[in-house]
Design a protein around this ligand. Structure first.
Ligand SMILES: Cc1ncc(COP(=O)(O)O)c(C=O)c1O
Length: 387
């Protein structure tokens, strides 16, 4: 037996691996489990995207090593998508890099800019990879709690001066996983000013900008004047086009930040399969009606779940974006107790809020990744429980 590196030993168990194990245990008893845990949409990738991949597969030119920065045609498609959606001009040569899913880019980015002992500012509760990437780079995480009283925004003014002077990167993610919180452009403008004042890199994870509802339209941080001086933004095709399995995303923004991430990638991966990049080009440059349809589906699911939970007395608000619902657990329960009760007594998987970080205690997250009938069934099962 070989012992793991200290780096690996320091890692908390990856949240969803543990949830999968518990789910398998319950399923082994024959329970019809409703999985509202992982944020993996159940809907298939639109057919015009799949067709583009099939065509690209027949082209032997796509059977070779890709480049880690990505095909120029892919980077051009990403830049024009950003221009159409956010009105931001990008140089596809210098300000865009392809990623093998945004998780890859998020995990690798700190390796390019963090030295051992540097501080990285990480929101909590949050997607776990901001902290994990920091650890792998030898950095120290300083957590910024996202609290209901601040509308789940970080309180930048509360960061002590000695932390700020050692801090290299500030991670943000809006629309937010897991809280579903959203921001406006003014918030990003404040962040950009703050970053310039304190010589910080802003790394914005924009995985959910296309899953919005009602009258809300999520901004890109790059819409703010001067943002390109300090910011990199991670976009993913995973949720927007229901392409989680394809592993394709891209980062955009400050030229030197893109160059640093590209340099790491040049040394650890050989890029995304060109067939997948061709599919992504079809997604980014094709008809965006499919994305509007996905939004419609998630909105209906959101309404079924939120109205159902409200009727049962849960404290919950309809999210303006993302396919997550962030709800308070009933009084007298911890997040873990409540999630365990739902799994054991109702066969429902939800994610305990504290799994994303301690300030998530007292909440649970529901992913709207099953159809309306299953959500209605979930509400029915919850209504039969005693709290
Ligand atoms: C906030 C956030 N960022 C990034 C990702 C990673 O997405 P992908 O690697 O599929 O692009 C996820 C996936 O769940 C996420 O929730």
């Amino acid at each position: 037996m070989f012992s793991f590196s200290e780096r690996l030993q320091k890692l908390p168990p990856y949240l969803f691996v543990e949830l999968d194990r518990m789910k398998a245990e319950v399923q082994a008893k024959g329970v019809d489990v409703i999985d509202l845990g992982v944020g993996d949409p159940d809907l298939p990738t639109p057919s015009h995207i799949v067709e583009a991949a099939k065509k690209a597969l027949d082209n032997p030119e796509n059977h070779h090593y890709p480049s880690s920065v990505g095909m120029f045609s892919f980077r051009k498609a990403a830049a024009s998508w950003i221009k159409n959606r956010f009105g931001v001009e990008l140089d596809p040569q210098k300000e865009v890099v392809s990623l093998i899913g945004s998780k890859e880019g998020i995990a690798h980015f700190p390796l390019a800019f963090v030295n051992p002992g540097d501080v990285v500012l990480v929101p909590t509760p949050a997607y776990p990879v901001y902290h994990i990437g920091t650890l792998f780079a030898g950095g120290e995480t300083y957590y910024l709690p996202l609290l209901p009283k601040n509308n789940f925004l970080p309180d930048l003014e509360s960061i002590p001066q000695d932390i700020l002077s050692r801090a290299k990167i500030l991670w943000l993610n809006y629309p937010n996983n897991p809280t579903a919180a959203v921001v406006d452009k003014e918030f990003f403008a404040k962040v950009v000013n703050f970053a310039k004042e304190h010589n910080l890199i802003v790394a914005h994870d924009a995985a959910y900008t296309e899953l919005y509802f009602d009258d809300y339209l999520p901004p890109s941080i790059l819409e703010v004047d001067g943002a390109k001086e300090v910011a990199i933004e991670f976009h993913s095709l995973s949720k927007t086009y229901c392409m989680t399995g394809w592993r394709i995303a891209f980062a955009v923004g400050n030229e030197s930040l893109i160059a640093g991430l590209t340099k790491v990638k040049n040394n650890v991966d050989s890029g995304a399969f060109q067939v997948v990049q061709e599919a992504a080009i079809a997604a980014l440059t094709g008809d965006q009606q499919c994305v509007a349809e996905f939004r419609g589906i998630f909105k209906k699911r959101r309404d079924v779940l939120v109205e159902g939970l409200k009727k049962l007395g849960f404290q919950v608000e309809a999210p303006k974006a993302t396919f997550y619902v962030w709800a308070k657990v009933p009084d007298g329960y911890t997040s873990a107790d409540f999630a365990a009760k739902l799994l054991k007594e109702a066969g429902i998987v939800v994610t305990p809020g504290n799994g994303f970080g301690e300030p998530g205690e007292g909440f649970f997250r529901v992913a709207l990744t099953v159809d309306e009938n299953r959500l209605e069934e979930a509400i029915k099962r919850i209504s039969s429980l005693k709290f």
